[in-house]
Design a protein around this ligand. Structure first.
Ligand code: MG
Ligand code: MG
Length: 269
């Protein structure tokens, strides 16, 4: 069942989205060759707690194998759900940083793929196209459209560029739960799937591989990698469907303010 959001709930989501966006901006200050993902994780956790929130991912999942950290840090061929560790980031790496927070009972969730130092042209193009596909998906989030319109917008943009859109993981509704209905696939058929309307609050999060779309999960039960070993990129925004169309609750503005160079081109507004 989709929990359609009223204005009060959307305001609460806005506050959570603001904190998660500012946290990614804080993390951005620390992404550089030689930094470890564990350091990034510590930065994020203290920032979230200092600003009245709680990490949403820490302890998430089954009691037997809860996620152990505040951030998912996914380097190169890791698609998502990478566990922060002590391996230093290297020049030319891609690291996707996915962050979740809880503020006053509502969840915030956003992800950004950072270029570490100088990345090669293939990786730069992968980041740009993945980011653009997120914008295409957001644009398709309109009353009367269907979920397949969002998915197909993302998919077509990435596949035209020759990249593989991951099928095994999808976007989701968000609210008082981190993952609510509906599932928001990054693939689909125009005009198919569930109809959407005002009050929808979702995370759109294309996960896109330089090569084939297939993925595997490590024995740690979390780390999802490309099956073919190619690198992968991931950007995620929280989007609410309002009277005037899609409103993006999260922003990469805090990240963009910190980085010397972006892994994508910011579209003119
Ligand atoms: Mg996320
Ligand atoms: Mg998400």
């Amino acid at each position: 069942m989709i929990r359609w959001k009223n204005d009060t709930e959307i305001d609460a989501l806005r506050a959570a989205a603001d904190l998660v966006s500012r946290t990614l901006g804080e993390v951005a200050r620390h992404v550089r060759p030689g930094a470890t993902t564990r350091e990034l994780d510590r930065v994020a956790e203290s920032f979230i707690r200092q600003h009245g929130g709680r990490p949403a991912f820490k302890g998430y999942g089954s009691a037997r194998n809860p996620f152990p950290a505040t951030l998912c840090t996914s380097v190169n061929d890791v698609v998502v759900h990478g566990i922060p560790g002590d391996e230093p980031l290297g020049d030319g790496d891609l690291v996707s940083v996915d962050c979740g927070v809880i503020v006053d009972g509502f969840f915030g969730d956003s992800a950004f793929t950072f270029a570490v130092g100088e990345i090669d042209d293939d990786r730069a193009r992968l980041c740009r196209v993945t980011y653009e596909s997120l914008l295409r998906g957001i644009e398709a989030c309109r009353s009367g459209n269907r979920l397949g319109d969002i998915g197909s917008a993302v998919q077509e943009h990435c596949e035209q560029a020759g990249f593989g859109v991951v099928r095994d993981l999808v976007g989701h509704g968000i609210g008082r739960e981190l993952h609510e209905e509906p599932s928001v696939p990054n693939f689909g058929r125009r005009g198919h799937g569930r109809r959407i309307r005002e009050g929808l609050a979702i995370c759109i999060e294309p996960m896109v591989n330089l090569g084939e779309p297939d993925v595997t999960t490590d024995r740690d039960g979390w780390t999802v990698r490309t099956a073919g070993g190619s690198v992968s990129a991931h950007y995620e925004h929280m989007v609410v469907l309002g009277t005037n169309g899609p409103e993006v609750l999260t922003t990469f503005g805090h990240v963009e303010a910190v980085l010397d160079a972006l892994p994508y081109t910011v579209p003119a507004t």
